[in-house]
Ligand binder design. Sequence first.
Ligand code: GLN
Length: 446
Amino acid sequence: KYLKAIEEANGELNAYVTVTPEVALEQAKQVDEKIKRGEKLLPLEGVPMTLKDNISTNGIETTCCSKILKGYKPIYDAKVWAILKKNNAILLGKTNMDEFAMGSSCETSCFGGATNPFNTDHVAGGSSGGVASAVGGDIAVFGLGSDTGGSIRQPASFCGIVGLKPTYGAVSRYGLVAYASSLDQIGPITKTVEDASLVYDVISEYDENDSTCEGRQGEPTYDTLNNDIKGMKIGIAREYLEGVREDVKEAVLEAARKYEEMGAEIVYFDLPALKFALPVYYILACAEASSNLGRYDGIRYGYKTEHYEGIHDMICKTRSEGFGEEVKRRILLGTYVLSAGYYDAYYKKAQNLRGTIIKAFDDAFKNVDVILAPTVPMTAFKSGEATSDPVETYLTDICTVPINIAGLPSVSVPCGFNKNGMPIGMQIIGDKFKEGKILNVAYKYE
Ligand code: GLN
């Protein structure tokens, strides 16, 4: 049913860049047999899903939607795919994304962007736009995306669905193609909070192959989903509401009122460190990207230029032809901030300010249980609007990037629509490893 639905809808949504019917049908057969034998199924068993195209799948093309990786088939599975396979979740295919996860609209993809199921003139968001478009458009039940500065939460918000960015280290990054390693995190994009909880509980396994991975701490989030939130303190940082469009602000404040009716206490507070978040993010993310993307040299992976004289010319031409504009911009920016003459002025300063932001959140969580904030300052823009001015686009990440800088968990849930019927999202942010708490608060709102 889902494979057929993909055939019908993918032309317009452009959510999938690779469809894997053989894998899906073989997995489905095994589940069928299990059902016939009368065996009990695991929570994700037989559930059709998708993986963002930066999650390594053994023998299945993994391109990061970049020309430089076209044709590249990994020789091992990412830990999350290995876990899902073990649980018999069914892989329908790999989904569209901004090239190397750099972007906020999915339009830097070498396959063209995924469109928004609510209105296909609008973008699905990014970078995990393909997953959000597929789940929102009912051509996958759930998907895994990656979130370096908002890439799970922002497209979920744009497509009116749920996106969970787990605590840094809760889910293994083994086999995730690295963008900015100290910020990257894999998480689920789903239709409901309950689904996000089910998927998170399964994928948050300790992994010895990722030295930063600790796995889920404490009980399964599913056990506490329906806990009473009476007396819970929900914080709103005033800075988070500045520069946000009026309809988005109104929807978030309306949600706060609903929480108050449920017996939660709304606590307003100041988080002045938030103003450093965007420049800190773009300096650190670009610096790490410039290092991580050094490996694409035409020798080890994917694309290689045809005509060249000597190795330097080959590497230079391969990278010039293989990478798109946005990726090149970030490699250059990153190389610049890491260069001997500017390291202290940019990279080191950004690292220091990262400490300030982490401490500000630490202090905030001494007084509140969770923080409520908009996910994005606006709703999904029209296709083509984001590509003209990169800095304008960077500014739209203001609400999501602080969470990655501080390594915190955050879930985006729908909280209304604008006057044109486009969805608005809010995020519930928690202290480290408090996925159970944020999903509980999100579930109560649904
Ligand atoms: N939009 C942000 C960026 O372009 C975040 C991307 C992401 O989370 N992968 O870097």
